[in-house]
Unconditional design. Structure first.
Lengths: 238, 407
């Protein structure tokens, strides 16, 4: 428990192009995130912030450096061990919600439990309870496509929470939502962070969204340009 | 992943693309149905052949009168009798032989009351029944003393009884053959068709002496057309054939290098050849039908590959929230197996139904056996696993980030 939740050491990522020239996306990224922090990773499109997010979420692997999650060097873990780690420690919230369209809202929320080996009755029960908590108790048996964007994102948040993760990774979670719904979603994240002590890392390019967080990591051209208190770096809203 | 969840997800996926699932299944339905129908036809043919082999009697030789040459004209086997009742007796004394029966068949009109019927009338001895494993179902057989004294008695085959007597009981009645009266002593059991399709029940048996002296004249006294010989067991057949040849060559005074005036045929070997031919035929039918199972399997593989590509993003989402490679592999493998199993279940029903329809239409015997159903079903399951595995593995080996980014 003494290890920081997230520790990136000299992370680098390159993509090989067709001509055989490698194209660097991330360079020499070093930072750590402790438990209970609320962090925004900010940058323009193409800055490498999403790649960084994917590495933090164990969906992608760095080409250089080390990434420690909960004290474990993820470079040494097998594909299935990484899957188990994602299942247990991380909850994902995506810009496009990424719910499975063919199964009900309730089954979508319960899906991570399926891969954790939880029994059917318990899966249903926990999913229903969580849906109630995010204010969608009456929608359990609808299909995701029958819900509004904001409702879908709340379903996705419920899915991210169901296995009691330590870390929520949100990739442009408000990108597809209007301002008011965005504010509601951000409020949900703040509640999760302050009320339940869950570490939240979100990627965004909007300063307004980033302002809800405590700490800001600004990524420019694959490097960390700033890392500090959000209020200090962004100032007060205009 | 939990079995119930796998089934539920497989079902959900099958329902999502009903038409596609149905068409893919159709391949398995036709494949399994064809295998079951073809095996049923093959089994039926084999059963028919086996029945006629059993009806012939086992471990049989037939010794035919040989070809003869008359004035430079060579006549075919059996045209001139060269075998005698004495030959038959001598053969009966061989150690390897358990029973022997001479026979002189002729075609004749048999008359009872207003009915008449042309049939094969064969003079023989009572041991013919033993040689041919032929039962008497009513009345009794004639005896050796009937043969010695040439009594006018006959045994009737089922077909003859049906045509002359109808529902009447023939025992003790008198039939006329060539205007001579004969007492019906017994009725032969049903034998059905022989291997070459002759009706074995269309026959009348009577003492060989009676036939020769009182029915068919006396052209070759004491001579018979053929002698049927039953060996003691299948093992001694080869030895029996050799001693038989030796004995008859000796009795007929045929010198070294000279052609036999008789020929010996191993009927059991002929029957076995017929049996193995039908077996090969039915195996071939099954093999051809199983090609359609293979094609059905390829159809499953094809559709599963499409399905994996279509659902790449779903696979990415599942991986992101913690699905291991095995979970993804099992999910798609199960889906393929469910398509194949449901398809083959329908195929089994259809195969049995079409086999029943087939047997009602034609005169061929069609036999659906449990083993053929299990075989078709087992092969179908194996096809599902085999052809479902490659697409499922392809899905499982996707990298999470690539799958998630897929549009």
């Amino acid at each position: 428990m003494d290890d920081p939740l997230v520790r990136a050491v000299n992370l680098g990522k390159e993509y090989a192009t067709a001509g055989g020239v490698s194209f660097p996306v991330l360079n020499n990224i070093c930072f750590q995130i402790d438990r209970g922090e609320f962090v925004a990773i900010m940058g323009h499109s193409g800055s490498g912030k999403s790649t960084l997010m994917n590495i933090l979420g164990c969906l992608d692997t760095p080409t250089r450096g080390h990434y420690y999650l909960d004290g474990r060097d993820t470079g040494r873990l097998t594909i299935d061990e990484l899957a188990a780690l994602r299942n247990r420690l991380i909850g994902f919230v995506f810009q496009g919600f990424n719910l499975l369209p063919r199964i009900t809202v309730c089954d979508n929320v319960a899906l991570p439990l399926l891969y954790a080996g939880t029994g059917k009755a318990e899966r249903r029960e926990r999913a229903a309870a969580l849906l109630e908590q995010v204010g969608l108790g009456g929608y359990a048996h609808r299909l995701p496509t029958q819900l509004s964007g904001g409702q879908q994102q709340r379903v996705a948040i419920a899915r991210a929470l169901i296995n009691h993760p330590e870390l929520i990774l949100a990739d442009e979670p408000t990108g597809n939502l209007d301002t008011q719904t965005s504010a509601e979603i951000m409020k949900t994240f703040q509640t999760l962070n302050r009320g339940h002590g869950i570490t939240v890392v979100l990627v965004t390019h909007e300063a307004d969204i980033a302002r809800c967080t405590q700490r800001l990591i600004r990524v420019i051209d694959g490097r960390i340009a700033d890392d500090g208190q959000t209020a200090r770096l962004l100032g007060q809203p205009a | 992943m939990i079995l119930g969840a796998l089934l539920a997800e497989g079902w959900e996926a099958m329902r999502a693309n009903r038409l596609r699932t149905f068409l893919t299944m159709l391949g398995m339905v036709i494949g399994v149905g064809a295998v079951i129908l073809m095996l049923a036809i093959g089994q039926g043919a084999q059963l028919m052949v086996n029945e006629s082999i059993a009806s012939m009697g086992s471990n049989l030789f037939i010794v035919l009168s040989g070809s003869s040459t008359a004035g430079g004209l060579r006549l075919g086997s059996g045209t001139v009798p060269t075998l005698t009742l004495g030959d038959a007796q001598a053969i009966g004394e061989l150690a390897e032989v358990s029973a022997v029966a001479p026979a002189s068949p002729n075609t004749a009109q048999v008359v009872y009351g207003a009915n008449n019927w042309s049939t094969m009338v064969a003079g023989t001895t009572p041991s013919m029944l033993e040689v041919r494993d032929w039962a008497i179902v009513a009345g009794q057989s004639f005896s050796e003393s009937d043969v010695r004294s040439g009594t006018r008695v006959v045994l009737l085959g089922q077909t003859v009884v049906r045509n002359l007597f109808g529902d009447e009981d023939p025992i003790g009645k008198t039939v006329r053959i060539k205007n001579s009266p004969f007492l019906v002593l017994g009725i032969l059991g049903a034998k059905g068709q022989s291997l070459d399709g002759r009706d074995q029940d269309d026959t009348v048996l009577l003492p060989v002496t009676t036939a020769q002296r009182q029915l068919f004249g006396n052209q070759f006294p004491g001579m018979v057309r053929f002698i049927m010989v039953k060996a003691r067991s299948a093992e001694v057949m080869a030895g029996a054939e050799r001693t038989l040849l030796e004995l008859l060559r000796g009795r007929h005074r045929i010198r070294e290098g000279q052609e036999d005036d008789f020929s010996v045929r191993n009927l059991t070997a002929l029957a076995q050849a017929a049996a193995s031919t039908t077996k090969a035929m039915s195996t071939m039918l099954g093999a051809i039908a199983s090609v359609s199972l293979l094609v059905g399997g390829i159809g499953i593989m094809n559709i599963m590959l499409v399905s994996v590509t279509e659902r790449t993003r779903e696979i990415g989402i599942r991986m992101a929230i913690g699905a291991r490679r095995r979970d993804i592999l099992l999910q798609f493998l199960f889906e393929a197996m469910m398509i194949s199993l449901v398809g083959s279940l329908i195929g089994v029903v259809l195969g049995i139904a079409s086999a029943m329809a087939f047997s009602r239409l034609g005169e061929t015997l069609v036999v659906v056996t449990l083993s053929s159903i299990l075989l078709a079903f087992g092969v179908a399951a194996a096809v599902g696993v085999f052809f479902g595995f490659y697409p499922a593995r392809k899905a499982a080996e996707l990298r999470p980030i690539d799958a998630l980014r897929y549009q």
